[in-house]
Design a protein around this ligand. Structure first.
Ligand code: NI
Length: 165
């Protein structure tokens, strides 16, 4: 198979976005980062903590899939994860650093995933339950689609946290 130029371009744009987001998030002080974005909603720190949870869950999925394990993965209750870890109390600069380092590593992993791994049909799967934009239960999924979905979820939450495109 030929290298997928459009997928590599996606990884490039993910890395650029991560770089720009770093500066925007680092510029916030901890008090601003910990204020709820709306009454009863997550703060920016909690949104960033949720993105770390997403990175850690999806890192496992992206590696396990390439080792031939079933494309059926544990779900996670996002609000319970954020509350349990008290992301709003985490040191803000270190939380941003964790987000950036973890996602830089995921970008490196994505870039090194072979076209065959990216495009291989995966069935059964549970992407109708765990994906940001659910994939039909009865259609084979691909790792490429799932990685793209990860990046879309990441972008969605950056916008929610007020990091401009
Ligand atoms: Ni989310």
């Amino acid at each position: 198979m030929t290298p997928d130029g459009s997928f590599q371009a996606l990884v490039d744009s993910f890395e650029r976005r991560l770089h720009d987001a770093t500066a925007a998030l680092e510029a916030l002080d901890a008090r601003a980062a910990r204020a709820p974005l709306a009454p009863g909603k997550w703060s920016r720190a909690e949104v960033v903590g949720h993105l770390v949870d997403s990175a850690s869950n999806n890192h496992q999925r992206f590696v396990r899939a390439q080792l031939g394990q079933p494309f059926v993965f544990p779900t996670y209750d996002q609000d319970a994860w954020v509350a349990l870890q008290r992301w709003n109390e985490a040191p803000w600069p270190q939380l941003v650093e964790l987000l950036v380092r973890f996602n830089s590593e995921l970008a490196r992993l994505m870039r090194r995933t072979s076209p065959q791994q990216l495009r291989q049909p995966r069935f059964p799967h549970n992407l109708h339950q765990i994906a940001f934009k659910p994939w039909p239960e009865r259609e084979p999924a691909t790792l490429e689609w799932f990685m793209r979905d990860y990046v879309e979820h990441f972008e969605h939450h950056l916008r929610q946290a007020g990091v401009p495109d």
